[in-house]
Design a protein around this ligand. Structure first.
Ligand SMILES: CC(=O)SCCNC(=O)CCNC(=O)[C@H](O)C(C)(C)COP(=O)(O)OP(=O)(O)OC[C@H]1O[C@@H](n2cnc3c(N)ncnc32)[C@H](O)[C@@H]1OP(=O)(O)O
Ligand SMILES: CC(C)C(=O)C(=O)O
Length: 566
């Protein structure tokens, strides 16, 4: 077998007996740093132009990011130029730190500072790889050799910063490939870097711990973070940041557990664009916090704008199932989900906490419409169909009619194989229940109540040649039913009957729905009218007409066949 799992070796978990993070709950958002313009950008088929970078930067500022990694200015001219443009054109708000990445190489660090000249607040982010694989196979160095790269880089960063005292500098160090680095060694390198930077003497320092490649389950990453928080020196003077990737699909989970384990700051990209399977998705993590009642400190309410800008800058479309942002993430097609959503939304009072089945957050919060919540296909049930008629046409159906009508809608959906839009559902309802057969239109009625019940005189049919029916019963429906029984020689029983006053937005004021048996045959109909009595009587005529007209057609057919036979 070519597919051989024995090629791979399981990640060795952290031997930890003092694990505290599993009991932690996140109650405040970490500091978020957006790295779309660097890590996101370096993963694109076509890196962003300066104009695209500007658009992305403006969006990130608008969303509320206070730390934005804008590029790797020493690596490419466009990144250098973009950095200069932001500074020279004064496009960076006072409370925003721009961050730039550099390898721990002297010439690259010097060039980085050239790019940052004149910045008000900047984070210089220096990195080198520390993992066993990289030490042995890429750098061909031992632990001390790789630590020296970091320490030298830290020295050069510090020396260059001293040349520009007008800028508020933060230093950031990443032991790249941290997740593949022995923890004691990672702590040793971090301590050595901090011995140069001296965060205890007031230098702001971020130690960023990347899952450059996600190698294990998120709990293992959390253990690594908690271990580092417990074992590095200067802990109280530094910010611990995490930068997770999504190779195993758990970048968000890993960042969340890392925050529980002590991380103060999280790096990621909007919608998770980034190397290979991507960076940690900031939208998802921030919205996860929001859905738990925690202020994410970012304003993601204009989700359509976010997806538009991200798509335009990355040229990657948004998956319809992307958490919180995808086109279909607030839509239920399946019947039981629709039923539950409809009931929960109907019961919910404005201002109450959000407890709606199948909707983890209120779609309105992200600028989405409830119209999208229920869409109908062959998987849908009565709740969904009823919801669409209520929502779009103000038509409420009784339960028995919901059951009956949804079967019709389902048959239609099965036949056409796809989604049925609200207009089609309404048309089906009209055709099947509201249509008034020729000769059965209610013209006028006169109901007179005396001690023995109601006397009804009803006129139906063509305006030029109406027919008059007369009957008596305990109520109006019974009286008119009696008139119909007499006129057409049938027995008639009303099985179900409901009437509704309609809200604003329709021409009619009342809807009546009726289900009857006529000569043993079931039939149902509905009618809209200005008053409930007219709606009720019309619904009754429409229901009865189905049987009577069918009988007439059958009679005509058998007569014609008999004549043909003769
Ligand atoms: C996990 C991450 O995302 S890290 C960020 C990665 N991003 C990028 O690389 C995008 C931008 N990078 C670039 O454009 C280029 O790599 C440049 C311009 C920065 C440098 O290019 P080059 O000088 O051609 O070198 P290249 O990137 O191939 O670097 C390899 C050399 O740098 C050394 N090196 C790599 N990373 C580092 C580092 N962080 N610190 C110090 N040295 C490093 C390597 O050991 C290698 O040395 P060698 O030439 O002696 O074998
Ligand atoms: C430079 C570091 C933070 C990085 O991008 C990574 O390790 O993924």
């Amino acid at each position: 077998m070519a597919f051989d799992h024995r090629k791979y070796v399981a990640f060795t978990p952290v031997a930890k007996t003092d694990r505290r993070w599993p009991d932690k709950v996140i109650t405040t958002a970490p500091r978020f740093c957006a790295v779309d313009l660097r890590d996101g950008n370096q993963a694109l088929v076509k890196p962003m132009s300066v104009a695209q970078k500007q658009r992305m930067f403006d969006l990130l500022v608008k969303l509320g990011f206070k730390e934005i990694e804008i590029g790797f200015p020493a690596a490419s001219q466009p990144d250098f130029d973009f950095c200069r443009k932001l500074i020279e054109e004064d496009r960076i708000p006072d409370d925003v730190h721009i961050q730039v990445l550099t390898q721990a190489r002297p010439e690259l660090i010097e060039r980085t500072y050239d790019a940052l000249k004149g910045a008000r607040k900047a984070i210089v982010h220096v990195y080198n790889s520390t993992s066993t694989v990289q030490r042995e196979q890429v750098f061909g160095m031992d632990r001390e050799g790789v630590k020296d790269i970091a320490v030298n880089g830290a020295r050069i960063v510090k020396a260059n910063a001293a040349k520009y005292p007008d800028t508020e500098w933060t230093f950031q160090y990443s032991p790249e490939s941290f997740t593949g680095t022995e923890l004691d060694y990672a702590a040793d390198v971090i301590d050595a870097v901090n011995d140069v930077w001296r965060p205890d003497q007031g230098q702001p320092v971020v130690i960023n711990l990347p899952a450059t490649v996600e190698m294990a389950t998120p709990n293992v990453f959390a253990d690594q973070i908690e271990w580092i928080c417990d074992n590095v020196r200067y802990r109280e003077h530094i910010s611990i940041s995490v930068h997770t990737h999504n190779d195993r699909g758990c970048a968000v989970a890993a960042a969340e557990l890392a925050v529980m384990a002590g991380a103060d700051r999280v790096e990621g990209t909007l919608m998770g664009n980034g190397e290979r399977t991507g960076n940690m998705d900031l939208v998802t993590m921030a919205m996860n916090l929001y859905s738990q009642g925690v202020d994410p400190t970012l304003d993601l309410s204009g989700m359509a704008e976010i997806t538009d800008v991200v798509e335009a800058c990355t040229e990657i479309s948004t998956h319809p199932r992307h958490p919180y942002a995808g086109e279909l993430v607030f839509t239920a097609f399946s019947g039981s989900h629709q039923d539950a959503i409809r009931k929960c939304l109907a019961r919910r009072a404005e201002g109450e906490s959000w407890h709606v089945a199948y909707l983890p957050i209120d779609p309105h919060d992200l600028g989405r419409r409830y119209e999208e919540v229920v869409r109908i296909n062959s998987q849908s049930g009565k709740g969904g169909v009823a919801y669409v008629l209520e929502r779009d046409y103000n038509i409420s159906l009784p339960r028995w009619l919901q059951i009956e009508f949804s079967k019709l809608v389902q048959r239609e959906a099965e036949t056409n194989g796809g989604e049925i839009d609200s207009l089609t559902i309404h048309r089906l309802f009209e055709d099947r229940y509201l249509k008034v057969a020729k000769d059965w239109e209610l013209r006028s009625y006169d109901l007179h109540r005396d001690d023995e019940g109601v006397n009804a005189v009803v006129s139906i049919g063509a305006e030029s040649d109406p027919i008059t029916l007369k009957g008596h019963g305990l109520g109006a429906v019974e009286a008119v039913s009696a008139a119909l029984e007499e006129k057409y020689g049938v027995t008639l029983a009303v099985e179900a009957y409901d009437e509704f006053a309609l809200g604003e937005g329709t021409n009619a004021n009342a809807l009546a729905c009726i289900r009857v048996t006529v000569g043993g045959q079931h039939c149902s109909a509905a009618a809209l009218a200005e008053d409930t009595t007219s709606a009720t009587l019309q619904a009754l005529f429409s229901a009865v007409s189905q049987v009577v007209e069918a009988g007439r057609r059958d009679g005509a057919t058998s007569k014609t066949s008999a004549e043909a036979g003769a």
